[in-house]
Write a protein that binds this ligand. Sequence first.
Ligand SMILES: [Ca+2]
Length: 219
Amino acid sequence: MIFFICAHKELVGGVRSDAQLLRRTTIVDQRHNSVLLVSAVMLLWFGAANAGSPPGWSLAGSKPQAYEIGVETASGSGSSAFLKSRIENTGGFGTLMQTFSAESYRGKRLRMTGMAKATDVENWAGIWMRIDGSDQKKMLGFDNMQDRPIVGSTEWQEYNVVLDVPDESEAIAFGILLVGSGRVLVDDIRFDEVGKDIAETNSSERLPVEPSNLDFETK
Ligand SMILES: [Ca+2]
């Protein structure tokens, strides 16, 4: 739980600084548009990794300076985003994230689905979603896959996070996080309203419907 609270504060702090950085970077990028275009065309053919925030996304976390985000384009299979460590001992986590209004999803159960691929993830990684109210100290919902982490090296695989969006929700933050060193790719994220028959993945909310094994006879 301590990690959850720390993560929340760091993520909120990281967004503001990154938004400012992004604005500055955009101005510089416009000056070098022609150079970037030529480079992009040359690299695209072989598959390229372009450093810098994908539009709409930012880098945050407890140690964002230890991580790098960007877009990777593989020949024939489109673009995905990467989040990777810049150093071996990161001393924390980095996340590729964005935030949007909860307005369209209030009172609904929301499932986030994303494709992810891990390479040499030393500690763990996961896709995550957080539901925020007007009081930023209190999360209304949060799941970062800590109880079902992505570890080591994996092929492309689909992952889900399911959370209720209470009526008092203001914002929905989401992304992919990487704790420690390694590299993750993420792509094709989508959000769907689901019924109450689909269980929430928020571990603290996932309580059994009934008490069980009260006579201790279950083997
Ligand atoms: Ca894609």
